[in-house]
Design a binder for this molecule. Structure first.
Ligand code: XBP
Ligand code: MG
Length: 251
């Protein structure tokens, strides 16, 4: 049986439903910079196709040409730094709650000594803020590798961030499982050769998950079963390390 050597988690939408907080942070930043821009939920769903906050702002300016664009285009880094601070403040108020099964699975891996890692397009500061709010002050130390934001130039759906995480972990892609909530995330992990458990989130529910190895409603809990959607099946109606060992062996 092929051993399971590491778990790699996406952040936004996978660990917690964070995108409403990101959206709120973008909008309050625009107001603080006297920009009359407002990203409503429908627009944000569309803008999420572009991964990375700086890239998303730039894409919005270039494609929507909103009032103030000319001055704003040279201030994207400034806008994004302010957005990052505002997002962290929201997370520190514990406004993001973990998705089902996440704390249980991360805790099981931590207690068993199975390496866990992060692969995300969001900023490292945001990852730390979220992990601390979910798992406590030393949460970063639970993770062998935190691959985030601009550590690689090409963001998801490019496989670079997963490849970077694999290299730092020193493990073979075939011995890992990635957890993702979006089309871009699934593409990124699959192109790096990693099996993916996809758990669609609020903003990604309409995404194409056909490349995922397994699609589940969420990771579930023993007293709160998840729903199987498609792909490789788990014996139980929640995801634990025993189930993931079998999942990897089946690849
Ligand atoms: C989600 C993203 C991020 C966040 C915003 O990435 O695309 O850009 O929406 O965060 P993932 P930043 O699911 O891979 O974590 O503004 O820090 O980019
Ligand atoms: Mg995500």
């Amino acid at each position: 049986m092929m051993p399971l050597e590491a778990l790699i988690f996406d952040v936004d939408g996978t660990l917690a439903e964070t995108e409403e907080l990101h959206r709120q942070a973008f909008n309050s930043t625009f107001r603080a910079f006297w920009l009359d821009w407002k990203w409503d939920q429908a627009l944000y769903r569309d803008l999420l196709k572009v991964t990375g906050g700086k890239e998303r702002i730039r894409h919005y300016i270039q494609n929507w040409n909103p009032p103030g664009s000319d001055a704003a285009i040279s201030k994207v880094n400034e806008l994004h730094a302010e957005k990052t601070a505002r997002y962290a403040a929201l997370v520190n108020k514990r406004e993001a709650s973990p998705r089902p099964g996440i704390l249980r699975l991360i805790t099981e891996a931590h207690e068993t000594g199975l390496p866990i890692a992060i692969a995300t397009t969001t900023t490292p500061d945001n990852v730390v803020a979220l992990l601390q709010s979910m798992l406590g002050d030393n949460a970063e130390s639970w993770f062998s590798v935190i691959a985030a934001g601009d550590m690689v130039p090409a963001k998801k759906p490019a496989p670079d961030i997963y490849r970077w995480a694999l290299e730092k972990l020193g493990v073979d892609a075939k011995h890992c499982v990635a957890f993702e909530d979006s089309f871009n995330g699934v593409q990124s992990a699959r192109q790096a050769g990693i099996a993916v458990v996809a758990t669609p989130s609020l903003y990604s529910s309409e995404d194409d998950f056909s490349q995922a190895t397994s699609i589940l409603s969420d990771l579930g809990e023993p007293d709160r079963p998840n729903k199987y959607v498609a792909g490789r099946r788990f014996k139980k109606d929640y995801v634990d390390l025993a189930g993931l060992q079998a999942f990897v062996a089946a690849g």
